[in-house]
Structures are given as C-alpha cells and as structure tokens.
Design a protein around this ligand. Sequence first.
Ligand code: NDP
Length: 244
Amino acid sequence: TRRSLEGKAILVTGASSGIGREVALALSAAGARVAIGARRVDRLENLVASAHGEVLPLQLDVTDAESVQRAVGETVGRFGRLDALVNNAGLMQSGLILGADVREWQRMIDTNLLGSMYAVHASLPHLLATKGAVVQVSSTAARSASLGSGVYAATKFGISAFSESLRQEVTRRGVRVIVIQPGFVDTELTSHITDPMMQAAAADIAASMRTLRPEDIAEAIVYALSQPEHVSVNEILVRPTDQV
Ligand code: NDP
C-alpha cells in the first residue's frame, strides 16, 4: 500500500517524537500531505527535513483548546481539506495514588483526555466534509489498569468511552473511528515519570523484552487509513510478543 494515501491531508498531534514522528513519516511516505503539531517546534522542523512529501509544522499545545482550533484551521488553510486526525499527543507520569502530586494527574487528563477531545471537536466539521477518519492512539492501559498506572489508565479508558460514543454519532455519516492500543513501545514516554521507583520499573520492562518500535505502530495506522470507505477498522491491539 505504498502511496495508498495519495492526496489525503492528515493532522498528527504529538509528532515531535516517538510514535507520532514515525506515523507522520509513514503517512508522508504513503503519499499524504501531513500537518504535524507539538510544543517543541524545533523537533518538527527536523522532521520536515526527513520527510519526502509536503509537511506543515505547527506549534500546538493540545491542552489549550484555542491552540487546537488554530492548528486545525491552519491545516485546512494550507491543504484545503482534512481527511484524518491522528490523536497521538500523550503524557504518562506513573505513580502511586497515595501521596501523588495531583498536578501530574491534571496534566495527564488535560493532555491525554481533554486534549484529544478538543482535537476531535475542532476537526469534526472538516472530517464530515471529507468522510474522513479519527485515529485515537490509546494503549493497552485502556483494557486493564495496573499498579501505578491509575490515572494514565483512566485517561485511556476515557478515550475508549469517548471514541465509542463518537463512532455511534458519525459512522453513518461516513467518518471512521479507529482506536489503536499499543503495548510497550520504545519512546520518550517513560522519561516524564518523576517517581524513581516507577522510572526504574519502566526501565526494567524495557530491558526485559523486545519492545515495539514506533514504526510498528505507524504501519498499523497506515493499514487502517488505507482501507476502502466501507471498511472501518475500529480497533487494533498490538503488543510486543514478549509482553505478558
Ligand atoms: P513520546 O513522549 O515520545 O511522544 C509524546 C508526544 O506527545 C511528543 O511529540 C510530545 O511533543 C507530544 N505532546 C505531549 N504533550 C503535548 C501537548 N500538551 N501538546 C502537544 N503535544 C504534546 O511518547 P510516545 O510516542 O510513546 O507517545 C505517543 C502516544 O502513544 C501517547 O498518547 C501514548 O500514551 C501512546 N502510547 C505509548 C506507548 C509506549 O509504550 N510508548 C504505549 C501505548 C500508547 P511536545 O513535548 O514537543 O509537545
């Protein structure tokens, strides 16, 4: 399916590192025009240089509804349309509930849950016009919570609820909702954990297995977005083979 996304215009949030960066590159390689948003715009400029097709870097903070509106507006302004939103921006700050710094909870909920809702809200009129798609980069944490992942898992469970409601609202109008649930992927995600015990646990997990690479998730997203209009790939669960 190389060039299977020729002519499509796609916005990827959180494209400055990890999964988002590889998704943007893969979509570009498949022929899409890609708008890439994140707070670290210097990193986005670097991505533009690595991509082959047209890539539009955008300053974006998903926790700010106006910033999200602006990014969607600039995307449609440049490309004239929006065929897909890849809601990828996310933050994980694992830790116990007892004694937690609740500002970390606020940041995770603002970023993962509200941020992705803002992006859907701003994109939806354009996606209805193109019969486009929403890709939610969720997690295996949306299927089962574990010790130390309570708030992160709550945001990802929340994404499942929102996505199913969204699906029922728009599927008969031709908009497809695709939820991707990756297991452990080797990225910067764990670098934001402030609890030393949780940080060490994450490093142990990474060292104990052949983790997924961001490219593995990018491939799943290109697959889902390359389907004919009557096919809606609603959910993809991808774990490393070594992850129990
Ligand atoms: P990274 O930390 O490498 O990437 C996170 C991305 O999100 C960065 O580009 C970051 O950009 C962006 N981001 C964070 N906060 C904001 C914000 N307020 N506004 C805009 N962009 C923001 O981690 P991953 O690539 O691993 O994570 C991507 C997604 O994949 C997340 O939703 C995560 O929950 C999910 N996921 C990851 C797994 C893993 O094992 N790595 C497993 C399952 C799901 P910047 O800081 O420049 O704004």
